[in-house]
Design a protein around this ligand. Structure first.
Ligand code: PBG
Length: 314
């Protein structure tokens, strides 16, 4: 006696009926790099299909994707000059852009990346002192909330930043602004293309004194549990592709939405492989579904426009 399984795979329709993991448009969050000025949509070198946008040129593309089913974006500021005060200024890049986007698309969820690295001269995510950095992060988060961000996402990996941000938001009547914590963010070489795009490559040293050692898994669970205690409403695991075990463990241990960040290096590897016809484009769904299968509730991915325009999703 033996069991038969191949009947499940005879054709596309049957395979779809047996599919255990689906990915829908509402699962996806599109990361967007925002620059100062007007009339800008410029492809980022090394990241095909990813652009530096000024707010006015972003809105038409956002509208198109929104009407195709996009529900959420995460914004990254790319300022012209390195001035820390500009990170929380009411006339900063994100602070000016968010109300404009909301005016056109009030239903679109806006998440903001909260960090110092694109504003510091040395490109680091802190100013030396952990707790003083947290105070600045809280100011940045508040300025984003005031501009109308739905969710703030601190990506710095300082200790206690969720505590500082939650307190500051609550004191200023932003109790409903959610914190999506980059709780388990590893010191990874997969961020290379992003750092070029965000002009945030550290001038000297690396980020290993604050981002996590990629060999550690238990420590990620400690970070997540502290962030939940401090007031995070959702958490990010980053990168995603080499960290599916961490996503799965977090999903099993915690009752909180787990967001996978399919980071820039992962995007470039896969996108180049598809473009050079080394791999079939189905590889994109294969890796994103793997993240969901591991337990991710949602996925941040530069593949969003590609998936929508090529109609690869249901
Ligand atoms: C800022 C930040 C980084 C990423 C997201 N937020 C860069 C870093 O930590 O060096 C990486 C995202 C990506 O690679 O796509 N701290």
């Amino acid at each position: 006696m033996f069991k038969r399984y191949r009947y499940r795979r005879v054709n596309t329709e049957t395979r779809m009926r047996y599919r255990e993991t689906l990915i829908s448009k509402a699962d996806l969050i599109w990361p967007v790099f925002l620059v100062e000025g007007n009339n800008i949509k410029k492809e980022i070198s090394g990241m095909p299909g990813v652009f530096h946008y000024s707010a006015d040129f972003l809105i038409p593309d956002l509208k198109e994707l929104y009407f195709q089913g996009l529900t959420s974006i995460i914004l990254f500021p790319v300022p012209d000059k390195k001035d820390l005060e500009y990170a929380y200024h009411s006339q900063g890049i994100l602070q000016k852009a968010i109300p404009k986007i909301k005016e056109h698309l009030p239903g679109l969820e806006i998440i903001t990346d909260v960090c110092l690295c694109s504003f510091t001269v040395n490109g680091h995510c802190h100013i030396g002192d952990n707790d003083k950095t947290c105070e600045i992060l809280a100011d940045i988060a508040l300025s984003h909330a005031r501009a109308g961000a739905d969710i703030v996402a601190p990506s710095d990996m300082m200790d206690g930043r969720i505590f500082y941000i939650r307190e500051k938001l609550n004191k200023n009547k932003f109790k409903k602004t959610e914190i999506l914590s980059y709780a388990a963010k590893y010191a990874s070489s997969f961020y290379g293309p992003f750092r070029k795009a965000a002009k945030s490559t550290p001038g000297s040293g690396d980020r290993k004194t604050y981002q996590m050692d990629y060999a550690n898994s238990e420590e990620a669970m400690m970070e997540i549990s502290s962030d939940i205690e401090e007031g995070a409403g959702q958490i990010i695991i980053k990168p995603a592709l080499s960290y599916l075990d961490i996503i799965n463990k977090a999903r099993t241990l915690f009752k909180i939405p787990v967001v996978a960040y399919n980071v820039s290096g992962e995007y470039c590897m896969i996108r180049n492989a598809v473009e050079n016809k080394l791999c079939n484009e189905d590889i994109i769904l294969e890796i994103l579904i793997a993240m969901k299968r591991a337990g991710a509730s949602r996925i941040i991915s530069y593949f969003v426009p590609y998936l929508f325009y090529k109609q690869l999703l249901m």
